[in-house]
Structure formats: C-alpha cells, structure tokens
Design a protein around this ligand. Sequence first.
Ligand code: ADP
Ligand code: MG
Length: 680
Amino acid sequence: MHNQHLIESECPLTELKGVGPQTVLKLNDLGIHSLTDIVLHLPYRYEDESIVDINTAADGEKITVAGEVYSSPQLSYFGRSRSKTAFHMLVNQVAVRVEFFNQPYIKHQVVLGETVTVTGKWQRSKQIIQGSKFSATVTDSSDKALVPQYSLKGQLKPKQFQKLVAQALSLTDITPMIPDDLAAKYKLWDLKQAVETLHFPADDSSLKQAKRTFAFCELFLFQLKMRMLNMKEHQTGLAVGINYDIDAVKAFIETLPFELTEAQKKSVNEIFRDIKLPLRMNRLLQGDVGSGKTVVAAIAMYALMTAGYQSALMVPTEILAEQHAESLAALYKDSCRIALLTSSVKGRKRRLLLEQLAAGEIDMIVGTHALIQDEVRFNRLGLVITDEQHRFGVNQRKRLREKGEEANVLFMTATPIPRTLAISVFGEMDVTTIREMPKGRKPIITSWAKHEEMPIIYQRTADELKKGRQAYVICPLIEASEKLDVQNTVAVYEEFCRQFGAERVGLLHGRMSSEEKDAVMERFSRHEISILVSTTVVEVGVNVPNATMMIIIDAERFGLSTLHQLRGRVGRSDQQSYCLLISNPSTETGIERMQIMCQTTDGFVLSEKDLEMRGPGDFFGVKQSGLPDFKVADIVEDYRMLEVARDEAAAMILSGAIDRPENSGLKNRLQLELNTLEID
Ligand code: ADP
Ligand code: MG
C-alpha cells in the first residue's frame, strides 16, 4: 500500500515558507516530494525528555534532570579533536557530575549559579551524567516531554523539519478515513488529529491513541483493498465444477510407491472438494519441508487430466523445475503427457512444445517463470500450482492464473506462514496445513560446531560416506558480491577435494550455466559423487533421499527459515540424518539462532521465531511478498487489530456501506490504489 493515498492533496514543496531550491533538493533526498510526503514522514521514535526525579532513576537509564550549576565548567582536550566538558550541578539535593564529550561549545553555555536542564545517561555508582543534550533554560515539566526523532540523514536540522511539518499540516487536507460508527465503536480519533499528534505528541497517552488510530487506518485500508481485489478476481473467474474420474484417481493413488499420510489424504480431499464446486479454488497448501506436498499436487493434476483439463506447476528455479518434472514423470509412469518449460528449452523444441500445449496435447507442464510469458498458451488450463509461492510476486502469480479463465489456484509453501501473516497477506484464501511427516522418518539431529572443529566434521562426513550416504555442504551467499561468493565456495570445495578426493566432490554455484548445474545435480542424484559443495541454489525443493548429512558453513549468515529449508534437504528417507552448523557467531542473535536450530525441527515454531527476530519484511523479502509497508501498524504486534480491521472491512463491503455518499472519499482512494496495483 502506498501511504500517499491516505492523504489526498498534492501541493508542491515550494508552497512552504522558507523552502528554496536547496531545501527542496534536501527533502527530495529523503524521498519527500510533496506536502503529503512531509506530513507522512513520521518520527521513528520519541525521546522522553520530561524531567525526572534523580533519586528514583535507574542506573544506566537516559534521563533528563534540572538543577543548579555549582562548579565552573572545565574543558580539557585529548588528541586534536576530542574533548571533555565537565561541571557539577545540584539536582534534588544530589550532587551530580556532568560530562559532555566533544561538544566544547557547551562550556560557554554553562554559567555558575544558573538553573539548567541536562539529558544524558545516568551512572548511579559514580554519580555521573554522560550528557547528550544541554539547555540553559528549564522547560516547564509538562511541556514538550516527548521529542520526536526523525530520520533526516543529516540533511536538515530536526527543529527546521518540525517547522516544515507544522506548516505542511496547516496546508494539507486529510480526508477522514474511518466511518463514524467505527470510530465510535473502537474509540478512534480522526486521522488528521492522529497525524498531528504523531508529530507533536502532548503526552504518552495521546501518542498511544494517535498510533492506534493511524495503525487502524493502515490496516483497514489494506484489508478493504484485499477484499475488493478478491471480488474482482471472483467476478472474472468462470465458475466451472470439474468432474474428475474418481476411480481413475484412486487407481493412480494405488500405484504410488507409498501409502499416503492422513494429512496428505486430508489435503487431497480438501482440494477435490474445492475443484468440484463451481467456484474457483484459491487455496494455500503449507507443510514443512519433506512433508510430501509434491505428491498431493501430483494427484490434483492427475484428477484434472481425467476431466480433460491441463495443469501448470510453476517453481522458482530451473533445477527444481527439472527435479519436479522428473519425479512427476516417475510417479505417472506413462499415464500422462508431462512437459518441462524453462528458459533452457529453446528453438525448435520450444516451438513444438508451445504448439502442443496450445493444442491440448500436453496434460501437465512444469516450469519456471518462463510459464508466464505471452507466447505460452493453454488449450484448457484448469489448475495452476505455484510451489514455494512466496518467492513469486503477486503479479507473477496473477499472470499465470489469467492464462486459464477458470483455473483453480493452489499455492504450496514449505515456509510455514504464521497465521498472523497468512490473514494479512492472503486474506480470503483457504489454508490447508500438513503437520505430519511420512512414517518412519527420524528427526534430523542438529549440532553446532565452531570453524576450528572442522577436522571433526571431516571425520563425521567420512563416517557417513562409509555407510554409503551422501552429504551437502552449503556456503552462504555473500551480500552484493557474487564473485566473493564463488571464491568462497570454490575454496571450501577445494578443501573437501583434498580431504575426500576430487572425484567424490561436486561444485555448484551461481556463475555456472544451467547445463553445468544440471550435470552436477544429475551426478549427485545418481550417487556418482558423494559430496555436493554448493551455494544456496539447492535451497528449494531438491530431493536426494540418500543424502543424510547437511553441513552449513557460516550458518549465522542465514535466517532461521533458510536454515530450516536447507536442513530439510536431508532426512528424506528412513535413515538417520544430521545437520551440522558451522559457525562462530559474533552477535547474540547469531548465537540464539544456532541454539534454536539445535533445539527444534518444527518449521512452525521456527518461522514464528524468525518473524519475531527479523520482522515480516525481512522474513519474506518485501518486494516479493506483496506485503504492505506499514508506517505505524505492525503485523505481528497489532495482530488483534488486523483481525478487527479484516472483519470490519468485510462487513463494510458486504453491507454495501462502502457505496454510501459519506464514504465516497474512502472509496475513491481505494479505487486509486486498486488501479495502481495493475501496473506491476
Ligand atoms: P515437500 O513437502 O518438501 O515438497 P516432497 O513432496 O518433496 O516434500 O516429499 C519428500 C519425500 O517424501 C519425497 O522423497 C517423497 O517421495 C516422499 N514421500 C512423500 N509422501 C510420502 C509418504 N506418504 N510416505 C513416504 N514417503 C513419502
Ligand atoms: Mg517441495
């Protein structure tokens, strides 16, 4: 959601007094191009500068106190530019020493016998305040207690910016966003009052109220938008119930090399119930890595085929597409016409494939985002499945779905999505969860070792290989440098070659062509090599059940979800599997991550933790998730409010209240947002 639309008026910055071309440039640098932008450039934090009683202030706390100066300031320099200004003051009968570092000019403001205000860190045992802010006056204790902190990147002075905010507020119209009845029901303010208070809070309680109001506006607008988007989609979807041949499907299930788990059966049934109905299915299938989602997809696609419909399975990487195509072909034997489409399928072969697809001579197609190109036409597309769906943007998913007017949609993800996020991101989507692993799986044993313990790791790897098993070694992606990445991976590869012999070790990284990657993957899955050293390209979905050891180098560089995904590459058979995290973390978070990984193999627990530790943006990658970038609302913290906003948004649309004249402002803004979304 673009917050710009919370407020309408678009007034140029030069309307403001004292703003010339210089200041406009500085504001632009901060992403501010209009008065609206100024008004919505909210403080990221508030400093509490109300005067406290020093007798009750906690040690180490940042406090503001007032008192009388009783010793002349002493300024001393050390080095060329570093200095300390020290003086004593009497605060509530307590003698306190005040020290300011590198602010030599303060010396001239400190006058013996005057009453002054100081903000700084209180060191109780030494009776010292490490000053950060000095004022030669005493502010009224009720005045300006909360000082907003703006992110200004040194472009503007906070005081100067606040003046611009005040002016902009007086020149900007803020249309009411929340219908009166809701405002009354939830005790919310007017949006304008909320925005003003966010910039100029009188006290804690009004700030809290302003935040509540603003957050609700954001969530409410977002939920309204999701609702309207869904309605649009339902309107365009032809409602066709699919009459699959249940006996044929049952016969197919009989041919599978294993018995379905209860959870898999339940998933299949839910999908079947959906596709039988004359309504378009919109379902999320989530299940931990290795829980067996692929076979559920395979059964669904098979059912569609028996009714004369085509299915498409879209996956994020070529390797995964090939793996899926292969394992599906193995499941189907020769009962289905299945094809693979990636950017590596070229020339005549591609033309032929596209012709067959358009003519309905292909039942199922597996591919990467190559599937959403214009040239790809289906004859009768009835089911679209996207695997690891959070890796695709909202618009990519939409494009694929639009290739089949009546196509049912199934999203599969191995990153279990906390309920809070599922509601917010997927709104009206139905959710099926697989919480059961296929029988006979032993939980993966995870342990954490330091880099200096690599010799032990080599020994343990050798032991596994002796048992006829295989191992993955994963090296981290190094931010912003694919080159370093490759170097790092190659170095690890060479070390493993020295330890185990080059003929047993393979290398996989982002700089290799897809043919090269395939060749290596192929050799690993045929067990021609025993160790695969790789960057995170194997992260998603690959399936080599004989691999029982996952070694992750510099594991602290990965988020919990990624670590869990990587770990899920092993433990795919009835053999005991191991995950070894190699890491010397330098931060608390890093240590915590390693510990959590060793404690649990439950992807749901991990994803909740990950969300907690990193925030939803990072969790999904903002761009790909379609997650709105809220200014005040926090999807995790304000989860109750999100639910309320969701229910109220639904009620407003269903009751038709959205079309009432008093809500026309709100409706116009929604329309605007829905239209901008189409552009991609
Ligand atoms: P994911 O949910 O991570 O996509 P997969 O579909 O790749 O998991 O399945 C993981 C492995 O488990 C595959 O080797 C698959 O053949 C196997 N598998 C799936 N379902 C069962 C089952 N019911 N019993 C035994 N093995 C199964
Ligand atoms: Mg999978």
